[in-house]
Design a protein around this ligand. Structure first.
Ligand code: ATP
Ligand code: MG
Length: 379
């Protein structure tokens, strides 16, 4: 990264490290991909380097590939000249300070020059980081009016670094939360997914979505009282959403999730959420009933109930023992039943279901001979 910066500087273009990587480095987390801000116009950046990618040319961003394959975004100093709450028209040929002034939060508006070992921090992002405060650069209400996505970014960064939101910034976010309704579902989904993936505690993020009023617009299913559970690092977004939102399929439909995400969420909603008891037979019956949602529901129950909820362990034991809980795991297939005098047609499916019910109650029946005999008996 320093090599890219040096090359730009040697060609006479002032260049700084900026944005998230600087913030993260100050917090003690070094990052691979450091964003650079430069006085050089995008065409010049493209000419100077052999391997570049037009990441976001309209916004002045050129991706420059380092020898080791890391892509660094090099963005020309810019200023937003016109905004409508969603899109901005940018102007180049401005100074580093202008560029920092159009950034969203003080902690994201710090620049560092590794060759001169110099900092530029006009909005006192260092102080806010030290105090643990998220504060908009400039006048918060104006900054959120320019770009409503910043409201969601505020919630995400606050939960990610366990910050407190500066009161004026918070008031402006609450005041304009309803206007996030004009943003696209895809951008909201990205923020929600990134947010729950990076939050130190996802429940903090859920509370912020609720308290700000953003949830009323985009996640009305979000519970008023999100459970405080210890989640693994980078938890599955479908599961975390299910933990906080009932029903959860509506969320993925509204946020234009993938068909797979919507299907999974529907199966979770359908439930039932738990077997009648932790008895292996009840657990197998329940697994046969909820089918592909079994592991998701078991994980949710484990998160909610902690170690006191032991039946999810039985789900694992059922799997480890290889006991059948779906038709596909039976020792006979539909075509085998034709040899047992079951006529082709709906009776095949009904018989398989009947056999599955028997096997779920007694796994030792799951052999080809026994199942064909049972099928013949029509019992
Ligand atoms: P992350 O770790 O999530 O990537 P980041 O701070 O790098 O955090 P990016 O979305 O990659 O966030 O943006 C890089 C930088 O660009 C930010 O640090 C911020 O200075 C600026 N920025 C990004 N989005 C906006 C926005 N909507 N309004 C103003 N500035 C923004
Ligand atoms: Mg980034």
């Amino acid at each position: 990264m320093v090599e890219i910066l040096r090359k730009l500087e040697e060609a006479g273009h002032e260049t700084w490290c900026v944005g998230g990587a600087i913030r993260d480095a100050l917090l003690g987390n070094t990052q691979q991909d450091v964003d650079l801000a430069t006085a050089a116009p995008p065409e010049v950046v493209r000419q100077l380097f052999r391997r570049t990618a037009p990441v976001g040319l309209a916004h002045g961003t050129v991706g420059v590939l380092e020898e080791n394959g890391t892509l660094h975004e090099v963005t020309t100093f810019r200023r937003d000249v016109q905004t409508d709450g969603r899109h901005a028209i940018v102007e180049f040929g401005v100074s580093l300070d202008d560029d920092l002034a159009r950034r969203d939060f003080t902690i994201n508006a710090i620049a560092y020059h590794p060759l001169h070992r110099q900092w530029r921090d006009p909005f006192r992002g260092h102080d806010d980081l030290r105090r643990g405060v998220l504060r908009a650069v400039g006048e918060p209400a104006e900054r959120f009016r320019e770009d409503r996505l910043r409201i969601l970014r505020a919630l995400r960064f606050t939960a990610r670094f366990a910050l407190a939101i500066d009161p004026v910034t918070w008031a402006a976010a609450v005041d304009q939360a309803a206007d996030t309704g004009h943003l696209s579902a895809e951008r909201i989904r990205d923020e929600w997914v990134k947010g729950i993936g990076t939050a130190r505690s996802p429940e903090h993020l859920a509370r912020l979505w609720r308290a700000s009023g953003v949830a009323a617009v985009w996640l009305p299913e979000l519970t008023d009282d999100p459970p405080a559970v210890a989640l693994p690092a980078r938890p599955d977004p479908v599961l975390v959403t299910a933990l906080f939102c009932t029903p959860c399929a509506a969320v993925w439909r509204r946020l234009k999730g993938s068909t797979a995400e919507i299907r999974r969420a529907e199966a979770i909603d359908r439930g039932p959420a738990a077997p009648a008891s932790g008895d292996p037979r009840d657990v197998r019956r329940w697994m046969a009933q909820v089918d592909m949602a079994a592991d998701d529901l078991a994980m949710l129950a484990h998160w909610r109930g902690g170690d006191a909820t032991t039946w999810p362990d039985e789900v694992e034991r059922v799997r480890a023992r290889g006991e059948a809980t779906s038709r596909g795991a039976l020792a006979v297939r539909g075509e085998d039943l034709l040899t047992a005098d079951i006529p082709a047609g709906p009776e095949v499916g009904m018989t398989l279901q009947r056999l599955l019910d028997r096997v779920v109650d007694d796994p030792s029946l799951n052999t080809r001979d026994q199942l064909l005999a049972l099928a013949r008996q029509r019992a």
